[in-house]
Design a protein around this ligand. Structure first.
Ligand SMILES: Nc1ncnc2c1ncn2[C@@H]1O[C@H](COP(=O)(O)OP(=O)(O)OP(=O)(O)O)[C@@H](O)[C@H]1O
Length: 308
């Protein structure tokens, strides 16, 4: 059987952007596959927004190439198949949410007027549809921005920090919307975010940028499965360490079992049969946050923890 190799929806190679002496992108190579949700991560100044701006044709690269849906960034046809929200969107404050979308449809030819109720509902703004955006919270503006990005029914949507400024219920709704765009509408979603737990929940793959370069890329499941161990809160601990031998290590009162997932049920059965009380058993992998800090050399401080 011949493997079908799909053209990546976004491909950049040797992409470099300099601002004076600052190298915002420094020879970036990246291929983003079609379909699913793709996260672009990196500390402040890593080059995420610069990448998005180049892909959207808003700025030019200094060197290297970028293709979107198989064609050059400058091709107008692609722009029609792309939606985007970069930075907190701004809309005329005197307009209502519905009027904003109608204005985009009628004045700018972005999407059809009949789709407006659908997109308002998808982003959770049906009830606020006839309120002026002047009174909108940051989160509501973000949602309206996403609705505006979706109006043209794009194949690819680029979202820069779609959940910034949102409260937990808003973040959860945005996560569901992003997943449903990918799963139900077949849209490829590329997003940048600093909320690593959120990214781990919503993204299929991620790229981690640092200082304009790609430092790690892969499927979230594969990246986080590395070093995965079964954490057992058990008593007596000594008995479990004895059963596990070299595969066991104490962590406080618990035991970390260095075994494969498929070995889990048998181990738990064996421990129960040996008279061990199992209070809790859960798989602990390397979370995206740990990978991020390792790859970017960022230091986890109370401020960075708080900032998330
Ligand atoms: N218009 C500009 N003029 C000068 N420097 C710029 C400009 N835009 C970006 N930069 C610089 O390029 C680097 C990359 O910035 P960029 O905004 O792409 O990073 P980012 O990863 O999106 O960061 P953040 O997480 O803070 O949004 C930074 O050092 C930034 O200061």
């Amino acid at each position: 059987m011949t493997a079908v190799i799909e053209t990546p929806v976004i491909q950049v190679s040797g992409l470099t952007k300099t601002y004076g002496t600052v190298r915002a992108l420094d020879g970036l190579d990246l291929a983003i596959p079609r379909g699913g949700v793709y996260g672009v991560l990196g500390p402040n100044g890593a080059g995420k927004s610069t990448l998005f701006r180049i892909l959207l044709g808003l700025i030019r690269s200094t060197e290297g190439s970028a293709t979107v849906m198989g064609g050059a960034v400058s091709e107008v046809g692609h722009m029609r198949r792309m939606g985007s929200m970069i930075e907190t969107p701004r809309f005329p404050p005197y307009m209502t949410a519905r009027q904003v979308l109608r204005w985009l449809a009628l004045e700018h030819g972005i999407g059809g007027e009949t789709d407006i109720p659908h997109w308002l509902q998808r982003v959770g703004l049906t009830e606020a549809a006839d309120r002026r955006v002047r009174g909108f919270s940051v989160g509501m503006m973000q949602r309206l921005g996403v609705a505006a990005a979706l109006m043209s029914r794009p194949d690819l949507v680029i979202l820069d920090e779609p959940t910034s400024g949102m409260d937990p219920p808003g973040i959860q709704e945005m996560r569901a919307l992003i997943r449903s765009l990918a799963d139900d509408d077949g849209v490829t979603v590329v997003l940048a975010s600093h909320q690593l737990l959120e990214v781990q929940r919503v993204c299929d793959r991620v790229a981690i940028l640092n200082k304009g370069k790609l430092v790690r890329e892969g499927a979230v499941g594969e990246l986080t499965a590395v070093g995965e161990r079964l954490r057992l809160a058990v008593s007596p601990q000594a008995k479990v360490l004895e059963v596990l031998g070299a595969k066991g290590a104490a962590e406080g009162d618990a035991v970390l079992a260095d075994i494969r997932r498929e070995e889990g049920p048998a181990l738990i059965r064996a421990l129960a049969e040996a008279g061990v009380d199992i209070h809790e058993a859960r798989w602990v992998g390397t979370d995206l946050e740990a990978i991020f800090f390792t790859e970017t050399g960022s230091v986890q401080t109370p401020e960075t923890i708080h900032a998330r």
